[in-house]
Ligand binder design. Structure first.
Ligand SMILES: Cc1cc2nc3c(=O)[nH]c(=O)nc-3n(C[C@H](O)[C@H](O)[C@H](O)COP(=O)(O)O)c2cc1C
Length: 325
């Protein structure tokens, strides 16, 4: 039923399809709640340095941007994801960029220029308070800065998000790599990370999400910083690619899906060479099958996430992957 439904959604404009999926996922999670569906978070124990471990039902998680407002993660966990990243949330609500802002492109890829449309921290917090007890599995909050916050004040936005959410989530993903908020990717610097470390909680893991478009030396410098910071548990690799969408003639937006896979794999492998097992790597970008997920693991990812393949293939794919992953 889910597969039939997913193929119907692909005939609609992307944002309409997302709104309909959101409606049914919320209905589904309500039904699960009413019938008291049992939920087991194990069996995999993921060791996250320095001492924060996760129990996940599968190593496959949902990447940020699908559940931007933390309102349907119980449904997504029930469908089989082992963990979910909610957000990106920003302190104030914002409408995001003007539509059209998402395009389907071959082969089963997306270009998105959403620009952190979200309900803002207050509503996000409310949603987490409401839904967090419905499921027992890791939920990571992906946090960002508002479009109108100047870069020199960005740290204040991240701090507000951490303060407001630390009692409600299992950990944080610091998003400094979305191509759709002007100046955001400039925060991918050692000096910004130095200012970030003191605001991170020490009783929860935090991960830095990086772009695939950094040069090798920039990327390695940031990984080296992560390796030496006790409060940073690891990295999420990678966000969407601006350069791959530019090659396809798009003057804005970042590309996700299969064409990103080779770059993401390469970044995961590079990070593994720096970390040597001392930090956690969450691999994301173009994972579209069990084979891809295994490949991500092989090159160094402790956990794997997906977004675009879930949009194209629906929940059937989650079940195919998580049977053995
Ligand atoms: C429509 C859309 C919205 C996204 N929104 C966010 C977001 O809000 N925050 C974020 O960190 N990444 C966001 N991403 C990036 C994904 O989390 C992921 O890093 C990227 O899509 C690569 O994975 P994939 O190839 O499996 O889609 C978004 C991606 C898409 C396609």
């Amino acid at each position: 039923m889910f597969s039939f439904f997913s193929s119907l959604l692909l005939k609609l404009p992307p944002e309409t399809a997302h709104a309909i999926a959101r409606f049914f996922l919320r209905l589904y999670q309500l039904t699960q709640k009413v019938f008291g569906a049992y939920f087991e978070p194990g069996p995999y124990l993921i060791k996250v340095p320095p001492q924060h471990d996760f129990k996940v039902r599968s190593r496959l998680g949902l990447a940020a941007g699908f559940d931007k407002n933390a309102e349907m993660f119980p449904a997504l966990l029930h469908l089989g994801f082992g963990f979910v990243e909610v957000g990106t949330v920003t302190p104030l609500p914002q409408a995001g960029n003007a539509p059209p802002r998402i395009w389907r492109v071959a082969p089963e890829a997306l270009i998105n220029h959403m620009g952190f449309n979200n309900v803002g921290l207050k509503e996000f917090q409310k949603n987490l308070r409401k839904y967090r007890s419905w499921v027992n599995a890791p939920v990571l909050a992906n946090i960002g800065k508002n479009k109108n916050t100047p870069s020199e004040l960005a740290i204040g936005d991240y701090e507000q998000c951490v303060q407001a959410l630390q009692g409600l989530v299992s950990g944080f993903v610091i998003n400094i790599s979305s191509p759709n908020t002007p100046g955001l990717r400039d925060l991918q610097s050692v000096s910004f990370l130095q200012s970030l470390v003191p605001i991170l909680p020490n009783d929860k893991p935090s991960f830095i999400k990086l772009a695939p478009d950094l040069s090798k030396s920039e990327f390695e410098e940031l990984c080296q910083f992560v390796l030496n910071s006790e409060r940073v548990s690891g990295v999420v690799l990678t966000n969407t690619s601006r350069s791959l969408s530019e090659i396809r003639g798009f003057s804005q937006g970042g590309l996700s899906g299969p064409p990103l896979f080779a770059t993401s794999l390469d970044r995961v492998e590079m990070a593994r060479a720096v970390f040597q097992g001392r930090k956690t790597i969450i691999g994301v970008g173009g994972v579209s099958s069990l084979e891809d997920a295994l490949k991500m693991r092989e090159v160094g990812a402790d956990l794997v996430e997906m977004y675009t393949a879930f949009v194209y293939k629906g929940p059937k794919l989650i079940r195919e992957i998580t049977k053995t992953f």
